[in-house]
Write a protein that binds this ligand. Structure first.
Ligand code: AMP
Ligand code: MG
Length: 649
């Protein structure tokens, strides 16, 4: 095993020799090319400085408080006058002919044997060196008081400059201005501050396939997720984001857009087009935009290998990978630290917690791998479930609580390993109810009902067998499963072990899907339809993955036949419907609600049982009770039926 990364294949028109750098090396080179540099600054009125970082140290221009001041309502006195005062021998002081309220400048000195009435916040008169609280005095004859206890010099007085002294540095450069800092600055009379100006960040998406959210999706189109994600993440990190739209994979058009964006902004962030594919042009343009150009192209990171970091005439230019999860990860891991430093902001501090891995997590040797995890409460502390559906899946990021890091030299993390989890939010949120297993759109109806009544639910889709393992380890309350036992010809019950009980869920009609109007299938029974399909060599099927209940059904229908499309084995009901709807296949087996939602024809075959394995010991928990009640409620049953599910009998 070697630590030296292999060189990237060199394209004919590539100007530089590029190698894959380690994460640390890439960051170090990027920083070396950018720093030192002055932080861009601007002056702002205090009211508009919230959330910005101070660009300079701030010294108090005046003393705070500006004068010696009373902290209580009472009388300004000379402490020496009251040295002998006691309950039995009160001392009489003659009142001066003024009362000092806030904002009143004292006119008369406090001479020996006298006192001046003073309010909280009133300036101390000449001669006085302490305050007696009004509660410790009594009116005596006209114009005098009696004091029954002594005071020490300085008592109940705040001296001038005791809070902030004139010239004292009260806030340091880099401090982010919050309400407390605003208070400090206002208290010493500062109306304007020099702050680190927000970085003006231009954002461009690239790709001929991109469609902006809100527009209709065309065939082979993909909604532009990176544009909105990066815009939001820039703002979250104190920048000023300008999303300039999605550009086609056209070198000329893109180069013009990049030049214009760079001229008007401090930073340019693109996404997509960083691979060495034929249509990937953005990295080629970088070499022409300014010196020194590309610093790193290819970083030993997973996700995020195609990341490209450049500096063009002093400005950072970053091309994030196209897959949204890779783009998000590389942005947070590699770009945020640099952007914040360029902007004069303090580093982001992420909270960490320890958790255990429920199963072995494989990792690619030679790349620092980040695995997003969802946290659930296990029997002995937190368990960290990898949420990954691969770097193309946006949900692996949004459903995660944080991530773990697997070092480049490790090829896996063993089951049960304790790992530090870096959190996306300051605290772990432990949900009221945890459901781990097979996903179903019907489950969303039940969970939605609980959420509306204020119960937080975490639902992780790991398949029936994964759910069963989790429920046996005590990591969830309920595991939704649909497992067919070929020996007993029953669903689910044979798979339960001690301590688990079966809660009936609902039935999902499995059947053959086809495009309406296809005469090979329309109006036929399932057996006839399959026979017609097998008789037509042009007819293409879509299968399901080994281990799924649906696959057992398909293999029964096909016997020993292996028609065209058999090796296309997607992992979900939705993928089967999409393949048929988009004419990549002519038929497949899926469940009725999914077929209906895709507008496809459907020939019913058999009902699949979707039930819940419940940990008996957890049955009395309020959230579990609420789940069971919701499941049985007439509203939910009706909603399930409307969605195409039928009642378990
Ligand atoms: P690329 O690096 O341009 O080849 O893109 C890699 C993958 O990311 C492709 O599947 C693209 O469709 C996808 N992709 C690129 N940009 C975006 C974007 N802005 N939003 C969502 N997906 C994207
Ligand atoms: Mg692209």
């Amino acid at each position: 095993m070697t630590n030296t990364p292999p060189p990237i294949r060199q394209d004919a028109d590539q100007e530089q020799f590029l190698t894959i750098l380690s994460r640390e090396d890439a960051l170090a080179r990027f920083q070396a090319a950018l720093f030192p540099r002055p932080v861009p600054t601007e002056e702002r009125v205090l009211a508009d400085a919230l959330g910005l970082a101070l660009a300079e140290d701030v010294a108090a221009p005046v003393d705070v408080p500006p004068f010696d001041r009373s902290n209580v309502d009472g009388f300004a006195v000379r402490a020496a006058d009251l040295a002998a005062a006691s309950e039995t021998r009160p001392i009489r002081l003659v009142l001066n002919a003024e009362a000092i309220a806030c904002g009143i400048v004292p006119q008369l000195p406090v001479l020996p044997g006298t006192a001046t009435a003073i309010a909280t916040g009133g300036p101390l008169p000449r001669g006085a060196d302490a305050i007696v609280m009004v509660e410790h005095t009594q009116p005596a004859d006209a114009g005098a008081i009696e004091v029954r206890r002594g005071v020490s010099p300085g008592q109940f007085i705040s001296n001038a400059g005791s809070d902030m002294a004139r010239g004292e540095v009260v806030l340091r450069a880099g401090t982010v201005i919050g309400s407390r800092e605003i208070g400090m600055l206002a208290a010493c009379g500062i109306a304007r501050v020099t702050v680190a100006r927000k970085l003006r960040v231009a954002i461009l998406s690239t790709g001929d396939e991109l469609v902006q959210p809100g527009e209709p999706l065309r065939p082979a189109g993909i909604y532009d997720a990176n544009g909105p994600i990066i815009r939001a993440a820039v703002i979250e990190n104190g920048g000023e984001a300008h999303f300039l739209g999605a550009m086609p994979d056209d070198e000329g058009v893109l180069e013009r857009a990049m030049r214009e964006a760079l001229a008007a902004h401090d930073v340019l962030i693109l996404s997509g087009g960083t691979s060495k594919g034929a249509g990937d042009v953005s990295h080629r343009i970088l070499g022409r935009l300014g010196k020194p150009g590309i610093i790193a192209h290819g970083v030993a990171l997973k996700p995020g290998k195609p990341l490209c970091l450049a500096v063009c005439d002093g400005k950072p230019v970053i091309i994030l990978p196209g897959f949204p999860t890779s783009a998000m990860f590389t942005f947070h891991d590699m770009v945020v630290p640099v952007l914040r430093r360029v902007a004069g902001l303090p580093p982001r501090i992420d909270a960490q917690v320890a958790a255990r891995l429920p199963f072995r997590v494989p990792s690619e040797l030679g790349r620092t791998e980040f695995v997003m995890v969802s946290l659930v409460q296990g029997q002995d502390g937190l368990a960290a479930y990898p949420t990954g559906k691969g770097s193309g899946a946006i949900t692996s990021f949004t459903q995660a609580d944080g991530f773990i890091r697997i070092e480049a030299l490790a090829d896996h993390m063993p089951a049960g390993a304790e790992v530090p989890v870096t959190l996306f939010t300051p605290q772990v949120r432990v949900p009221d109810l945890v459901v781990i297993g097979s996903h179903c759109t019907g489950l969303d109806l039940v969970v939605g009902e609980l959420s509306r009544s204020g119960i937080s639910v975490r639902s992780l889709a790991v398949g029936s067998l994964g759910g069963l393992a989790a429920v046996k380890r005590g990591e969830c309350d309920l595991a939704p499963i649909h497992l067919f036992d070929p020996n007993t010809h029953t669903y689910n019950a044979p798979f339960l072990s001690d301590g688990l009980e079966l809660v009936p869920g609902w039935r999902r009609m499995q059947g053959l899907v086809f495009r309406r109007g296809d005469e090979r299938f329309e109006g036929r029974s399932a057996e006839e339809a399959v026979r017609a399909a097998l008789a037509d060599p042009e007819c293409m099927m879509v299968n399901r993955n080994q281990g799924s209940g649906t696959r057992i059904l398909i293999d029964q229908l096909l016997g020993s036949d292996r028609p065209d499309g058999y090796w296309n084995q997607p992992r979900s009901h939705s993928a089967v419907a999409a393949a048929v709807a988009q004419m990549r296949a002519d038929w497949g087996i899926t469940i009725a609600p999914v077929a209906g939602a895709a507008g496809l024809g459907f020939i019913p075959l058999t009902e699949e049982h979707y039930d819940f394995a419940l940990v008996s010991a957890r049955k009395d928990r309020p959230a579990v009770q609420a789940f069971l009640a919701a499941l049985q409620s007439a509203d939910i049953q009706a909603a399930l039926e409307r969605a195409g599910f039928s009642r378990a009998v």
